[in-house]
Design a protein around this ligand. Sequence first.
Ligand code: NDP
Length: 282
Amino acid sequence: MHSADRPDRYAVIGHPVAHSKSPFIHARFAELTGEPLVYERVLAPLDAFAPTVRDFAAAGGRGCNVTVPFKFEAHDLAVQRSERAALAQAVNTLRFDAEGWFGDNTDGAGLVRDLQHNAGIDLAGRDLLLLGAGGASAGVLGPLLAARPRRLVVANRSVDKAQSLVARHALWAHRHDVALSAVGLEDCGTGYAVVLNGTAASLQGAGSPVPGAVLGPGALALDMMYGPAAEPFLQWAREHGAAARDGLGMLVEQAAEAFQVWRGMRPPTAEVLRELRTGRAG
Ligand code: NDP
């Protein structure tokens, strides 16, 4: 705590932020761990992200989460970055250290933890298909490769964006012994064990941007979206015999990872995820 009577302040900063479930999640983490903190929503004007973060820090903020569309600007604001944030070139967690702001990206660790721990899928040696090459895919690719799948294919509508994301991760993939490649959505191939949707297609009410043949026997298909917007993709997965999973687990696990960056401890997540699924968060 900063002072004896004031809890430490954190926030999610984005545009929009009204929909964010992060204040509920971090308030529950604080209750469950007994950590003295408060967590707010801060709406940053689209042209004033940096001043908004500086004002929050000057007013006693200790750190913040960063959401759409500011993750790339947050990367540039940090003077020190984790390896995974540097690979992603995007930051979703800032910690306001006195010696300079530290930037991390917890999205990928959150996704991997949800897949491996909550869904019970061992990624090592499996074939993975990652759909999309925007901010969400950039954030998760490094940690996915570190889980050592046999093969990871990044498929995107604009193939050049998938290619540059893959090129940036080539050394990292080599270091983890993963065959990494980029293709267009129409050239995905077939029979993957895990299909991850990081496109914004769900936001436009579409199901899957690829055919059902991408799903191998017993496959898991996960949409990084959650709520009604994820339903068409999840429905598509079930219709093709796959296990379907939304992005709520990833959301809670990336928040737990951010909490650890700030507080040095990992909060329990299962109860909070259950509460979100049963609508307690409102
Ligand atoms: P971006 O705008 O950065 O990227 C969008 C991506 O979707 C691009 O690859 C784009 O392809 C592709 N795309 C858009 N429309 C279509 C379409 N109709 N068909 C096929 N591909 C399409 O968005 P983000 O990467 O930031 O976010 C993507 C999703 O991930 C969002 O739904 C977001 O809510 C979710 N997310 C969830 C998180 C969680 O914790 N659960 C964390 C972060 C994100 P192209 O390059 O060709 O334009």
